[in-house]
Design a protein around this ligand. Structure first.
Ligand SMILES: [Zn+2]
Length: 267
């Protein structure tokens, strides 16, 4: 029965997201399977925070769209999330949910929330930071970097990261009332929030240092996508070829989870 309810809920969310152009068709398929698993196994406690992440990020990516479209020649992808982007954000939470389901160990539950706070901080920082009037700066050398470039941070973006982490932490507190067995303490809430900020920092540092950047042979601009100026193939300029924006997201969520795990063990 749970599997049927889970499938229906996942289908409603993904069909809606596809028609409102939050997801590409590939993104919708990936999100459906992930949602099916999480809604079926995790019930309300695990579903509400991931829905909060998904809905808020989708709406934020459409906010100030005309301003963001100006930057879309530079960044890798548009505002519709494809399968790779969905997996980059959802794979680690899904694995942690499965580990929790198999073991019933509350550490995995806490780390599931940590991974969602990390994904939310990253996304909110990017989407809100793009609306900043000031130029972003690199966390590595504090020099200004182009708007929309990976790794640049603004005060507005950092506030977005904090707000995103706090939003997830509050949905966790609310769901804990429905499942008191999870034993979510102030310590866990603090770790969830801090991990979000750590993940955002990892994201910025990787983005500005090792993330792959390309150069368009026609206009000479440094970009993060492989094609530019109507389908001209760009040449790699710096960074590791495999480390694109999606891999940076995945690794920063992993960074948040590792920090969260150490935090849970030490404190
Ligand atoms: Zn170009």
């Amino acid at each position: 029965m749970n599997w049927i309810i889970g499938a229906v809920c996942a289908l409603i969310v993904t069909v809606f997201s596809y028609f409102y152009r939050f997801l590409t068709s590939g993104g919708a398929v990936a999100a459906f399977f992930m949602g099916w698993l999480i809604f079926s196994l995790g019930k309300m406690t695990f579903s509400v925070p991931i829905l909060a992440f998904f809905v808020s990020s989708s709406l934020l990516s459409k906010a100030g769209k005309s301003k963001k479209d100006v930057l879309s020649g530079y960044v890798q992808k548009g505002s519709r999330r494809d399968a790779r982007q969905v997996l980059a954000n959802g794979l680690i939470p899904t694995i942690l949910l499965l580990l929790w389901h198999q073991s019933q160990n509350s550490t995995f539950a806490a780390l599931y929330f940590v991974s969602l706070a990390s994904a939310t901080s990253d996304t909110w920082a990017t989407e809100i930071g793009l609306l900043s009037k000031r130029s972003p700066r690199s966390l590595l050398h504090f020099k200004e970097v182009p708007k929309g470039a990976s790794g640049g941070v603004t005060l507005l973006g950092l506030s977005g990261a904090l707000a995103g982490a706090l939003m997830i932490a509050s949905t966790v507190v609310l769901s804990d009332f429905s499942t008191p067995s999870l034993d979510v303490s102030y310590k866990v809430i603090l770790i969830i929030t801090t991990s979000g900020l750590i993940a955002q920092t990892v994201d910025s540092l990787l983005g500005v240092s090792f993330q792959v950047k390309y150069c368009c042979p026609r206009c000479g601009e440094t970009i993060e996508r492989q094609t530019h100026c109507t389908h001209v193939k760009a040449v790699r300029e710096s960074g590791w070829p495999w480390l694109d924006n999606d891999m940076v997201n995945l690794l920063s969520i992993l960074g948040g989870v590792v920090f969260g795990w150490i935090g849970l063990e030490i404190f």
